[in-house]
Design a protein around this ligand. Sequence first.
Ligand SMILES: C[S@@+](CC[C@H](N)C(=O)[O-])C[C@H]1O[C@@H](n2cnc3c(N)ncnc32)[C@H](O)[C@@H]1O
Length: 340
Amino acid sequence: MGDAENIPMKDASIDFVVARSVLSYTDPENVIREVQRVLKPDGIFVIAEKVLGDYDGAAAAWYAEIETIRNPLKSPAVTTSYLQSKLKREGWTVLSAVELRRTYQQRLEVWLSRSGSIPREKRDSLARLVGQPPDEARAIGFHSDGRNITMPLSWAVLAGRPNVNRPAPSLVVSVLPVKRLGNDLYVYVQERRASGATEPEFFGFLEFPQGHVESDETIEDAARRELKEEAGLVVGRFLPEPGFPSVFDASANFEIESLHPSQVVVTRGRLNFVSLLLVAEIIHEHSPTSAVDNRGRWVVEAALPQLIKESNVYPLNIPMVSEIKQRLRGVRDSWGIVEH
Ligand SMILES: C[S@@+](CC[C@H](N)C(=O)[O-])C[C@H]1O[C@@H](n2cnc3c(N)ncnc32)[C@H](O)[C@@H]1O
């Protein structure tokens, strides 16, 4: 059991999803996106939904009124082609779309009582509505003689597959700024900013300055830009990458897919990116307001393990923690800083 708008399944893990009479009870776009997330690339999604079918114009309005009274939790019926174009717009190939036409026949009393616990006045409104159908409803086969009703009903059954050319994952650069003061190595960390962040659940978490690499910049340009914007720091040079250890911890908050601590692939809902870790020597500092927002600060390297232990660390940066220890050792060695 779970929420169709927040399916408790991993990305790209499911072969086949069926939603029968579900979209009309939910936000269909959310459900479609969630299904897209959990489906394997060649997975299939089948939607079955009661639709307007032949109800059109005045008949559609009348039918919608009846349905809303009978089931207020449900959104008004749509057409098969509406569902089809919604899937296409969300990046699906519609493999098939059929409309099944049925005729529902029932004793009027039974039909009215199937409306469950609705209050008497609503039941009366239903009786009145079916007693006075518009001509358009009669024309498509609706009939009631006061004892029985005959009602055309249509179901749409659509099968879709997510388009394979999904957007390429974007690149995030995470930067560990370092500087030397006397015989001490300092590193710069910040708390996740309270404004503009897309994930409120991680406000205040410890992180390194980081951000997306724009399409017109190099990775190092992006690192310089992010540092300047977020922390007012000017990079002297990037320190060399000392080689990749092979294991790291992943956090339960993100689906961290692979690679090594400097290149973390994150997929979470529609977030989909690769992050690289750079170490940058800082030569100059401004004090932009964003650095205040981010509550950025320099900490002496020796205090970093304790700080990390005491803080909530932003999940993307967790796998990088053991990596930065090694990098910092390399920086200390190359700068001739003696450990206390
Ligand atoms: C008309 S019933 C259809 C049940 C079943 N799929 C079938 O075809 O017989 C609609 C179902 O959607 C469920 N539902 C409503 N909102 C939901 C959501 N956000 N996530 C998952 N199920 C939901 C309701 O609990 C209800 O069982």
